[in-house]
Design a protein around this ligand. Structure first.
Ligand code: ATP
Ligand code: MG
Length: 424
C-alpha cells in the first residue's frame, strides 16, 4: 500500500485555480449554449416568418386574376398560376415544360418567340405583345403579354417572368367599333355617291317630264292625238326610269341593313326567264340574237321571283347594253329543284381585268363603259340578291371578246315556306 503524500500549498493553489477555470469555462459554455439557443430560436422564427410570407405570396400569385408565368432560359414553362387555367381552359400543370410561345396561335407564337429570344439574349429590356390564343372549346381569346428577364445574383439572365391580361372583351369591342366605322364610312360614301348620282340620273328624266308636261299644257289642244300621246309616253317612261332607280337604291339599302330576305314561292323558272327575255328585248328593241336553252329538270322551283327578276334582269340588260348589234347572247338554264344554274354569255366589249375586282361595288363602272348609259348599281344588286338566296356568282370576261356570268342558286333554302300556286 503506497503512502499518499499530503498536498502541498502549491498543489492546493493549482487545484483551486483549475476549479476556478472550470467554473469559468462552464459558465462560458452555458452562455454560448444560451446564445446558440437564442440564435436557433430566432432562425426558426425567421424561417417560419419566411415560410409564412412565401405561403401568403404564393396564395396571392395563385389567386390573382391575371396570368403570372415564369420561364426557364430555354423559354419553357417553369410556373403558371391558376389564372392560366381559368382564362385558357387548360390546366397549368398540363403545359409545364412546354415552350411558352408555342401555346399561342401561330402568328402570335412566331412573334412572341422572336421577342422572348431577344429578351434572354439581352437584346431588349422587356417584351410587350397582344397575342391570340385558341381555347380547347374553339373560342379565340386575346392576351396582353408582358415579360421581363430574371437574373442571377451575378447579373446573368437565367429565365423570364411576366404577366398576361385577358383583353378579349376590349378587343371585341374594338373590332365592333372598327366594323361600325367601316360600315359608317361605306354608308357615307354611298350617300354622297347617291346624291351625285341622283343629281345626274334623275335630272334627265325629270327635265324630260317637265318639258313634255309644259308642252302638253300649252299645245295639247292644237296638237294631233299622236303627238300628245308621244309626250305622255315620254313622261311615263321617265317616271318608270326614276322608279327603277329608286327600287335599285332601296334594294341596296335593304341588303346593307341585312333586311334582304328572300320570299320563295314555287316558280316556273323556264317561263319566267322567257318572259324576262321578251320584256327586255322588246322594250329596248334589241338587235342581238338571243339563244335560250333550258335544261332545268324542275317545273316548279322554290325561289323569290322579285329577287330573280333583279338578278336576271340586270345580267341580261348588261349583256344587251354592252354587246354589238347582230352578236349572239346565250342564256342557259340548268339544274334541278335543289340547285339552279344560270349563265348568260355575250360577245360584247368585255370587262378589263383591273375592273373585274370592283364589279360588285355600288356605282362602279368599268373604264371601257364609255357612253353606254348606266349607274353602276346593277351588279352590286345582283350579287346581294344572289347571296340573299344562298347562291354564288362568277363572272369571267375578256376585253373586246365578251363576258360570261354564271350563277348558282340554292333552292333548298327557306323550304319551310308553304308552297303556293306557281307564278311565272
Ligand atoms: P346599271 O345600274 O344601270 O345596271 P351599269 O350597267 O353601268 O349600270 P352594273 O350592271 O353594275 O352597272 O355593271 C357595272 C359595270 O360593269 C358596268 O358599268 C360595265 O362597265 C361592266 N359590265 C357589266 N356587265 C358587263 C358586260 N356584260 N359586258 C361588259 N361590261 C359589263
Ligand atoms: Mg347594268
Amino acid at each position: 500500500m503506497s503512502e499518499t503524500t499530503p498536498p502541498t500549498d502549491h498543489s492546493e493553489e493549482l487545484l483551486r485555480k483549475i476549479q476556478e477555470y472550470n467554473s469559468q469555462l462552464e459558465q462560458r459554455i452555458q452562455e454560448h449554449v444560451e446564445e446558440l439557443r437564442e440564435e436557433v430560436l430566432i432562425r426558426k422564427r425567421s424561417e417560419q416568418a419566411l415560410r409564412e410570407s412565401q405561403r401568403r405570396f404564393q396564395t396571392l400569385v395563385e389567386k390573382i386574376p391575371e396570368v403570372i408565368f415564369q420561364l426557364d432560359i430555354d423559354l419553357r414553362v417553369r410556373y403558371l398560376n391558376g389564372a392560366w387555367s381559368v382564362i385558357t381552359g387548360v390546366q397549368s400543370s398540363e403545359v409545364l415544360s412546354e415552350p411558352f410561345a408555342g401555346l399561342f396561335i401561330e402568328q402570335t407564337a412566331t412573334e412572341l418567340q422572336r421577342k422572348l429570344v431577344d429578351l434572354v439574349n439581352g437584346n431588349t429590356e422587356s417584351v410587350s405583345l397582344e397575342g391570340r390564343y385558341l381555347r380547347p372549346d374553339g373560342t379565340e381569346i386575346w392576351l396582353d403579354i408582358y415579360a421581363d428577364s430574371e437574373r442571377d445574383t451575378d447579373g446573368s439572365i437565367n429565365g423570364v417572368f411576366g404577366m398576361a391580361y385577358n383583353i378579349t372583351r376590349r378587343k371585341l369591342a374594338e373590332d365592333d367599333m372598327k366594323r361600325a366605322l367601316v360600315k359608317e364610312k361605306e354608308l357615307n360614301r354611298l350617300r354622297s355617291q347617291f346624291i351625285s348620282m341622283t343629281s345626274h340620273e334623275f335630272r334627265t328624266p325629270l327635265a324630260s317630264i317637265l318639258t313634255s308636261s309644259e308642252l302638253l299644257e300649252h299645245y295639247s289642244e292644237r296638237w294631233p292625238r299622236e303627238k300628245n300621246m308621244m309626250h305622255l309616253k315620254r313622261i311615263q317612261s321617265s317616271v318608270q326610269h326614276i322608279v327603277r332607280l329608286m327600287d335599285d337604291v332601296l334594294i341596296l339599302g335593304k341588303s346593307d341593313a341585312d333586311r334582304l330576305v328572300p320570299e320563295p314561292v314555287p316558280v316556273n323558272v323556264n317561263q319566267l326567264v322567257a318572259s324576262l327575255i321578251d320584256e327586255h328585248t322588246m322594250g329596248h328593241k334589241a338587235t342581238q340574237h338571243i339563244a335560250f336553252t333550258n335544261d332545268m329538270e324542275c317545273d316548279s322551283a322554290l325561289l323569290d321571283p322579285k329577287l330573280f327578276r333583279q338578278i336576271f334582269g340586270n345580267i341580261f340588260s348588261n349583256a344587251l347594253k354592252y354587246s354589238p348589234p347582230d352578236s349572239t347572247i346565250t342564256v342557259s338554264l340548268a339544274g334541278d329543284c335543289a340547285l339552279l344554274r344560270l349563265s348568260v354569255n355575250d360577245e360584247g366589249i368585255g370587262i378589263p381585268p383591273a375592273d373585274l375586282a370592283q364589279l360588285y361595288e355600288p356605282f362602279y363602272r368599268a373604264r371601257n363603259a364609255g357612253d353606254v348609259p348606266g349607274t353602276g348599281l346593277g351588279m352590286s344588286i345582283v350579287k346581294r340578291s344572289v347571296e340573299a338566296h344562298g347562291g354564288t356568282i362568277h363572272v369571267s370576261s375578256s376585253e373586246g371578246q365578251g363576258t360570261r356570268v354564271h350563277i348558282i342558286l340554292d333552292l333548298t333554302r327557306n323550304h319551310s315556306q308553304t308552297p303556293q300556286t306557281p307564278a311565272s
